[in-house]
Design a binder for this molecule. Structure first.
Ligand code: G6P
Length: 607
């Protein structure tokens, strides 16, 4: 994945390029680089590590030029070194790339056989050489790009500069997103509208296979068959202000604490409290003919989908399949006509999920998308758009987007149930009442922050941590373990509580904390039996439950964290809070980079 930006401007561009990269750091932060054309030169500055390293280099050695490209990298081919940092350049051509060139090996070998010398291990550099070879042979740059695009396979968004053409910027996309921004006598390219927000709100989204030639007096877009096309220019509505941490130490903590507000905000679009009904923003969508739901997502969004499976089955009695997006397409899923394929994504750009969406569409499914970024590819490709209103999520580990997804999915479950004639007005009234209580209950959960902070030093030395839960609390165990791994680098696993005796129990000793997520209710006793199996083997248990649960089973635990007593429907929204806070505080104790943990990226735009 990676983030790219390009500017054909009126005056110096390098500061503005770096400013754009700051908004793209969610796509990767292994290295960064800028290239401009000035005084007949392609001039680059590149730096390993976070964007600040590049900014410092530019301060010491500024880069003039009114045209430029820039890149923030998440390494796929080649270590995150300066040599592998983009832009990649030859004497004549420099470019930045987001995606993967799948046939880079044969291309590289052929180019090397023709005497071209490579300076990086990246897949990207082949594109620079392909274009450059043609330009050096006297081919016009536009034609050189057009023909080179036919030779590369895989996924790409590209922005390309030419040493001898300081008024020409060419972009292309296939599989990875790229937008064109229109300014006052300036034109921009960017991975998304957010990168261009301080420069312009006038955005055209390129279609798959499109490429664009930007000069001082013209922006000409071509489609995959090289035919000139018009793409509508829309107002992005994305604000130019960089989001800040306020008084919080990290974005993640701020986002955890925002949850009651953003969940309430999201629910406003899905509940009609006066009528005591749930209602989706798209009121005309007909659910009655939906026979089956297939849920597909990645990471934390996948766990939101797992919770939804319980709800769709319980309330609507609908058959539900669920799969991680990277597996879905490759297992030849059997998708009956009349099915609803439901994709869940914070970013709306995750490559695996987007590819799965397109596969499901080709298989005749109706496409529903629960998504937080309203301008994203998934949002634009949905038949039924179900937005979450979490606002921009900056911390790489997803928190508020997750609970907003749960809120939308609970409302969707009720809608499906009503459409299937399985929800009486009384039952619907109950659901609306409980969902409306979720923000206050999440607030109550947040009030345990300092207890959880005090517990963190006891968990931080552990090498392994287990999380157990049953029913909809099982995905919460998976999510708790994922959060801990992501930001504290402690090995953690989530298990269905009843499954523990089939293997994981062998791991239990007094060095392995076991976090048990068990609200009182129908599944409580069963989970507590599994918890006792842990305690009988010396395992140290942290029980997260309500007062009733803690009174029944809290004795002998290393610690208990008391949640408010809530209806099982909203328990996952409430119990998300303590598992997020625990991961957060453990990471702080360990001193890791909470908002930008190693090796991860917020939006994963490669398969
Ligand atoms: C990355 C992020 C996770 C996120 C996952 C899915 O791995 O680090 O936090 O859950 O992608 O992203 P999506 O934007 O599709 O929800």
């Amino acid at each position: 994945m990676c983030g790219i930006i390009g500017i054909l401007g009126r005056d110096a561009v390098s500061d503005r390029l770096v400013e754009g990269l700051r908004r793209l750091e969610y796509r990767g932060y292994d290295s960064a680089g800028v290239c401009t054309v000035h005084d007949g030169l392609l001039d680059r500055r590149r730096a390993e590590g976070k964007l600040d390293n590049l900014a410092k280099k530019l301060l010491a050695d500024p880069l003039p030029g009114a045209i430029g490209i820039a890149h923030t990298r998440w390494a796929t081919h080649g270590a995150p070194t300066e040599d592998n940092a983009h832009p990649h350049a030859t004497e004549q051509v420099a470019l930045v790339h987001n995606g993967i060139i799948e046939n880079f090996k044969p291309l590289r070998e052929a180019l090397q056989a023709r005497g071209r010398v490579f300076t990086s291990q990246t897949d990207t550099e082949v594109v620079a050489h392909l274009v450059s070879e043609k330009v050096e042979a006297g081919v016009d740059p536009v034609e050189a790009v057009r023909t080179s695009l036919k030779e590369i396979h895989g996924a790409f968004a590209l922005a390309i500069l030419f040493r001898e053409h300081p008024d020409l910027l060419i972009g292309a996309r296939l599989g990875s997103p790229l937008v064109v921004g229109y300014g006052e006598n300036e034109t921009y390219l960017g991975s998304d509208a957010l990168a261009l927000a301080p420069l312009t709100q006038k955005i055209a989204y390129l279609d798959e296979g499109d490429w664009v030639v930007i000069t001082r007096d013209k922006v000409q877009i071509f489609d995959k068959d090289d035919q000139p096309v018009e793409r509508p220019v829309t107002l992005s509505g994305v604000t130019g202000a960089l989001i800040d941490k306020g008084n919080y130490r990290h974005f993640m903590l701020k986002e955890i604490f925002e949850q009651p507000v953003v969940v309430a905000q999201t629910l406003q679009s899905y509940l009609r409290p006066l009528e005591e009904q749930v209602a989706l923003p798209d009121r005309d969508f007909d659910f009655s003919k939906i026979s089956r739901v297939t849920i597909v997502a990645c990471g934390t969004s996948f766990y939101a989908g797992m919770v939804a499976k319980y709800w769709f089955e319980q309330f609507a009695r609908m058959p539900v399949d669920i799969d991680v997006a990277s597996e879905f397409r490759y297992r030849a899923p059997v998708l009956d006509p009349g099915g609803l394929a439901l994709f869940i994504s914070q970013s709306g750009e995750t490559a695996d999920t987007l590819a799965a969406l397109r596969h499901a569409r080709a298989e005749g499914q109706t496409i529903a998308v629960v998504v937080n970024v309203p301008t994203s590819s998934m949002a634009r490709e949905a038949d039924l758009l179900l937005p979450t209103y979490a606002g921009p999520e900056i911390g790489v580990a997803s928190t508020k987007a997750f609970t907003c997804q749960l809120a939308v999915l609970a409302a969707l479950a009720a809608n499906l149930a009503r459409a299937k004639g399985r929800l009486s007005p009384d039952a619907e009234r109950e659901i609306v009442k409980h969902l409306a209580e979720a923000p206050a209950a999440m607030n109550a959960a947040l009030s345990h922050d300092s207890e959880i902070e005090a517990l963190a030093p006891l968990i931080a030395p552990a090498r392994d941590v287990l999380y157990l839960g049953r029913g909809p609390d099982y995905p919460m165990a998976l999510e708790g373990a994922l959060k801990l791994k992501e930001i504290s680098y402690i090995h953690a696993e989530g298990y269905a509580a009843g499954e523990m005796k089939h293997g994981p129990i062998a791991l239990i000793d007094d060095n392995v904390p076991v976090i048990v997520i068990a609200p009182s209710g129908p599944l409580f006793e069963k989970t507590v039996s599994n918890m006792q199996e842990v305690q009988a083997r010396g395992g140290k248990v942290v029980l997260i439950s309500d007062a009733e649960g803690i009174a029944l089973a809290g004795e002998g635990c290393m610690a208990t964290i008391e949640m408010p007593k809530v209806h099982p429907l909203i328990a996952p929204l409430v119990y998300a809070v303590p598992v997020q806070l625990l991961a957060y505080h453990v990471a702080v104790v360990k001193g890791t980079d909470v908002d930008q943990p190693r090796n991860l990226a917020k939006s994963v735009t490669v398969e």
